[in-house]
Write a protein that binds this ligand. Structure first.
Ligand SMILES: [Zn+2]
Length: 310
C-alpha cells in the first residue's frame, strides 16, 4: 500500500535551492550566492497572485535542465527529497520539448528515466505536450515517444501551458491519436479556463484531469465527474499562487468530497509554490477542518488513481 502519493508534480517547478546549486555547479553556471536571491528565482513571493510572475518562475530552473547529466541528476535529487518528505510514490511530469537547447526529446526522456531508476522511491513519468501555436510537430513527437517508452517508465501524456490562451478544444489532434494508440492521458483543465475545458478534456477521453477545480462552476459537470469517477488532480496551494483563490479557506474541496467526486491532493510545483505534499495536507486540515476520515479518502483516491498500478 502506498502511503503518500503525488500524482501531479512538474519536475522543472520542483527544483529545490539545493538541487539548483548542485545543477549550477555541475554545469559551471553562475547563480546568486544569497539564499534569498536564489529563492526569488525559483519561488513566487508570498501573497503573489499573478499568473505571469508564476509562469516566469519556470525559465530559471528550465535553463539548468538542458543537458542529459543535469536532467538525470535533478530527477534523482528530487526523488530523494520526496522520499525524505515521506512520499512513497510519485508521478513526475515534464515537457521534453522544453529541454531542447542541446538535446532531442528522446534524449531528454532517457535522462529523466535514468534519474528515476536511481531514485529511492518508485515513480512513473507523464510526458507533457504544450499548449502553444506552431508546435504540432513537437507535440506529436512527444506522443510517439510516449508510445515508445510506454511500459518502460512512461505511463501517460498530458497537456500543459497557458490554458486560457490556447483552448483545450484546439488539441484534439493529440488525443485522437493517443486514444488510437492506447496511451492514457490527463489534461490540465479547469484551472485558468472554465468548466468547458474540463468538458472538452473528458470528451477527448481523459481518464484524469489536472486541477479541474473550476468544475465547481458547473453543477451538471460535477454530476458527470461523480458518475464517471474521473479523478481530479487538485493542487490547492498552486491555485492560491495563481490567484484563483485568495485563501485556502475558500477552497471548495469539501463540495467535491461531499459529491463523491474522486479528488486527490498534489503539489504541482513544489519550489515555485514553496510547498510539499505533507504541507498541503496540513494547510487544508487547518483551513477547512478536514477530518481524519476525509484525509484518508483523499489519500486512498490518489493510490487508486495512479496510472501505474505496480
Ligand atoms: Zn500542473
Amino acid at each position: 500500500m502506498r502511503a503518500f502519493v503525488d500524482l501531479h508534480l512538474h519536475i522543472d517547478g520542483s527544483i529545490s535551492l539545493e538541487n539548483a546549486r548542485q545543477l549550477a555547479s555541475l554545469q559551471q553556471i553562475a547563480i546568486p550566492d544569497s539564499e534569498d536571491a536564489l529563492r526569488s528565482l525559483l519561488q513566487v513571493r508570498d501573497g503573489c497572485c499573478d499568473l505571469n510572475e508564476f509562469l516566469g518562475k519556470f525559465s530559471f530552473p528550465c535553463s539548468l535542465l538542458q543537458t542529459k547529466e543535469a536532467l538525470k541528476k535533478a530527477t534523482e535529487t528530487l526523488l530523494k527529497e520526496l522520499h525524505a518528505q515521506q512520499v512513497s510514490y510519485a508521478e513526475l511530469r515534464f515537457a521534453p520539448q522544453k529541454h531542447s537547447d542541446t538535446l532531442c526529446q528522446k534524449q531528454a526522456i532517457e535522462a529523466v528515466l535514468e534519474g528515476m531508476a536511481k531514485g529511492p522511491i518508485p515513480s512513473a513519468l507523464i510526458l507533457c505536450c504544450m499548449r502553444d501555436k506552431g508546435n504540432e510537430e513537437e507535440n506529436l513527437e512527444t506522443l510517439s515517444l510516449a508510445k515508445e517508452f510506454q511500459g518502460k517508465g512512461v505511463v501517460a501524456i498530458d497537456l500543459a501551458g497557458a490554458e486560457a490562451l490556447y483552448k483545450t478544444n484546439e488539441f484534439g489532434y493529440i488525443f485522437e491519436k493517443a486514444r488510437k494508440e492506447n496511451i492514457p492521458f490527463t489534461i490540465h483543465a479547469g484551472e485558468a479556463d472554465g468548466p468547458q475545458s474540463i468538458w472538452d478534456a473528458i470528451n477527448f477521453g481523459a481518464t484524469r484531469i489536472g486541477h479541474g477545480i473550476r468544475a465547481i462552476e458547473d453543477p451538471v459537470l460535477m454530476e458527470e465527474l461523480a458518475k464517471r469517477k474521473i479523478p481530479l488532480e487538485l493542487c490547492p496551494t498552486s491555485n492560491v499562487c495563481t490567484g484563483l483563490y485568495k485563501d485556502l479557506r475558500d477552497y471548495p474541496l469539501r463540495a467535491f468530497l461531499d459529491k463523491g467526486i474522486v479528488v486527490t491532493i498534489n503539489t504541482d510545483d513544489m519550489s515555485v509554490c514553496g510547498t510539499t505534499l505533507s504541507l498541503e495536507f496540513e494547510k487544508l486540515k487547518e483551513a477547512l477542518q478536514l477530518t481524519g476520515e476525509e484525509i484518508a479518502v483523499l489519500q486512498e483516491n490518489a493510490q487508486k488513481a495512479a496510472f501505474s498500478k505496480e
